[in-house]
Design a protein around this ligand. Structure first.
Ligand code: PHE
Ligand code: CO
Length: 300
């Protein structure tokens, strides 16, 4: 079992993001009660069933992360995080959905854990964001193999209050359904990975995080923003789709957008010809910086 391979020696340099294509880890079935899920993989949150210890764990996770946001997270995220309400208890998805629906037309739905990619894309295309119903165990405070309630809720939900980002997420879901028919899910998953999970954004104050995998990770948040140049690579759609990713270590390179509007516009064109183009080009390994992406050298 893969999880048994984790020891104290396992580097904590691991992220909280899981691409939508990852359903279960190797031979291990995904954690969570799938028997209770509906055909679309949604389930009840069953808020009354959370223990006091689980509420307390949520609060500890929230407070550790919230304290680090200034100077590392983008302003849009910092502003929106208050919509999650007081951290004393795990939020009720229903009341969060009510607020979210009024703001951008999105809802939060509970799921038992990772779900198959088609089901995931379909929910996003319907402006329904799947949040894992269960929260990690106390011994998983720093790292949990599969995304849990804290990653999904704290990392992903705040930016769904941003109108442009909210539209991007829906477009991504629709694009996913299309990519399934074109056998291009892996290429599209790379886009999700390097934007929704591990994206950085340039601001007048400097580079800041907007990706959920970064924002829900105590270690990767400072690492990603402060990592030395030239590991911050300007966002380029084709380049991102050519780039493989690692799910078990901090990222070495991050792609930086100028604005959510730029991201939305860059991803608006039909991807079908782009998938063809990417297939004709070599893949780029994770962590590689291409010569033209390094800052110009000052010649002595
Ligand atoms: N424009 C993409 C397509 O035609 C859809 C998409 C939008 C995908 C935004 C991802 C993000 O497939
Ligand atoms: Co995620």
């Amino acid at each position: 079992m893969q999880q048994d391979a984790w020891t104290d020696e396992t580097p904590r340099a691991v992220n909280q993001g899981v691409a939508p294509v990852t359903y279960g880890q190797g031979d291990r079935p995904p954690r969570g009660d799938y028997a209770r899920a509906r055909a679309d993989y949604t389930c009840e949150q069953d808020w009354a069933a959370y223990s006091e210890a689980e509420h307390a764990l949520y609060r500890r996770l929230y407070e550790r992360q919230a304290a680090q946001l200034p100077g590392l997270a983008c302003e849009e995220f910092i502003e929106a995080v208050q919509h999650l309400g007081a951290p004393e208890q795990i939020p009720r998805f229903d009341s969060l959905s009510e607020q979210l629906h009024r703001t951008t037309g999105w809802e939060v739905v509970a799921v038992p854990g990772l779900i198959p990619e088609e089901a995931f894309f379909k929910l996003l295309s319907q402006r329904r964001f799947p949040v894992t119903q269960w929260i990690r165990r106390p011994d998983e405070f720093d790292y949990v193999v599969e995304p849990d309630l804290f990653h999904d809720l704290f990392g992903h939900v705040p930016l769904l209050f941003n109108p442009v980002f909210a539209d991007y997420m829906q477009a991504y879901g629709a694009g996913g359904l299309k990519a399934s028919g074109l056998n291009a899910c892996e290429l599209l998953a790379r886009l999700y990975w390097y934007t929704v999970e591990f994206g950085l954004i340039a601001t007048p104050q400097g580079v800041r995080a907007y990706g959920a995998g970064i924002l829900s990770s105590a270690g990767e948040l400072p690492h990603s923003v402060r990592v030395a140049q030239p590991k911050h690579v300007p966002f380029d759609l084709l380049r991102v789709m050519r780039t493989r990713y690692k799910i078990d270590a901090y990222q070495e390179t991050y792609f930086v957008i100028d604005s959510f509007q730029q991201l939305f516009e860059a991803t608006a064109p039909d991807f079908a010809p782009l998938y063809e183009q990417v297939r004709g080009l070599p893949e780029i390994e994770a962590g590689v910086v291409l010569p033209h992406e390094a800052p110009p050298r000052v010649l002595a």
